[in-house]
Write a protein that binds this ligand. Structure first.
Ligand code: DHB
Length: 376
């Protein structure tokens, strides 16, 4: 998305990707786009398939105590909503758009290193098909994820990290089963959290709270379905439809933020700079807001020689990031079973769910954050 936005601003960029095109286009991740992400894709000409295949949801459900309550997102937010469209579909659309516009993406690069970050000519060295290459750049954007090489390259003492690790994870499946609800359902249950989502009119996406070191070998499909149904079945008999499972994985949970997100001419964006726990589906959307802010800074630099927006990159991004961190932490805290709870948390969580699904003020706050805070 950064490369696409820079291209539209007349700024040349090269993407170096250590994986293959097929790998990044097949990798299963989350699938909920905020309204601002959808609008940005449409406005910048990469929203055609999203508009055709994306599933717009005007509401979201919360299930607890055997009953469900709906939050009417668009009614509470002046017409805003979320759209279900898998992250790898976003990746496919953006890769295609860059290649169609003559953009350069080098896949399968190896041994990538960055250097001279505090000079005006930072450099990237890498190998492709065994040959060594060096790129001399104006700027480097570290969009290489939590385990990427860019963040660790910043000298000690520059960056402070803030972190929370949660005592649970999510076991997620994709199943060939027609979704039995048109909208997402977040379930709080004494057996643990569960989430009903979807990818298409034929594919259901489901998650359940599990241990952080959960062994997938102990979760044959039958056990997964049994547990999902036990957690999600409501008093009126609603339950997810069961079908063949074709993907299964465990997602860890952490909150992580670094400050600042810049060192010299290296700008970190997305998971390289922050991780949110998945509850609320904010990860991709937060990465999009970072690169939009970076594009504005680079545009001001090239068009009018202004450095100020780039200097404020970190502070501008962090203002939004911390609000989204708060929301993701809060959704996680409200909906998961905490090991060692003596009953206090359970009662506090039920009261919180009751309040935020019945008070107009509570529902408005939840909806405003869920559809996405404004992009700067
Ligand atoms: C999905 C993932 C999330 O983390 C979430 O909060 C909602 C939906 C999903 O993958 O569909």
């Amino acid at each position: 998305m950064l490369s696409h936005l820079l291209h539209l601003a007349g700024i040349e960029s090269i993407i170096l990707e250590c994986r293959s095109r097929q790998y990044i286009e097949d990798r299963v991740r989350a699938g909920v786009l905020e309204q601002g992400t959808v609008d940005l894709m449409i406005e910048t000409g990469v929203g055609e398939r999203l508009q055709r295949e994306g599933l717009r949801h005007d509401g979201v459900w919360f299930s607890f105590g055997g009953r469900r309550r709906r939050i009417h997102l668009s009614e509470l937010t002046g017409g805003r909503a979320i759209t279900v469209y898998a992250q790898q579909e976003v990746v496919k659309d953006l890769v295609q758009a860059r290649l169609d516009a003559g953009g350069q993406i080098v896949f399968d690069v190896e041994d990538l290193t960055v250097r001279d970050l505090d000079s005006t000519r930072p450099k990237i060295r890498y190998r492709k098909d065994g040959d060594a290459h060096e790129l001399v750049c104006d700027f480097i954007a570290g969009c290489d994820g939590f385990h990427g090489i860019c963040r660790p390259t910043v000298p000690d003492g520059v960056i402070t990290a803030y972190e929370r690790v949660y005592p649970f994870a999510w076991l997620g499946i994709l199943a060939e089963a027609a979704p039995t609800s048109e909208e997402l359902i977040y379930t709080y249950n004494q057996r643990g959290f569960a989430l009903f989502s979807m990818r298409s009119p034929q594919v259901t996406r489901l998650y359940l709270q599990c241990a952080p070191d959960e062994d997938l070998a102990e979760w044959p499909d039958d056990r997964v379905w049994e547990e999902l149904c036990a957690r999600m079945r409501t008093e009126d008999g609603w339950a997810p439809a069961v079908g063949p499972v074709f993907q299964k994985g465990v997602t860890g949970m952490r909150s992580f933020v670094i400050e600042p997100m810049q060192f010299g001419r290296l700008f970190l964006a997305g998971d390289a700079a922050h991780i949110v726990p998945p509850t609320g589906a904010k990860g991709l959307n937060l990465a999009i807001s970072d690169v939009l802010t970076l594009t504005r800074g680079l545009e001001a630099f090239y068009k009018s020689g202004r450095q100020d927006l780039l200097d404020q990159y970190s502070a501008t991004c962090l203002r939004r990031i911390w609000k989204v961190q708060r929301f993701s932490w809060w959704m996680t805290s409200m909906l998961h079973l905490f090991p060692g709870d003596d009953g206090f948390d359970h009662r506090r969580q039920l009261a919180e769910l009751d309040y935020f699904t019945s008070s107009r003020a509570g529902m408005s706050s939840l909806a405003e954050n869920y559809v996405g805070l404004p992009l700067d």
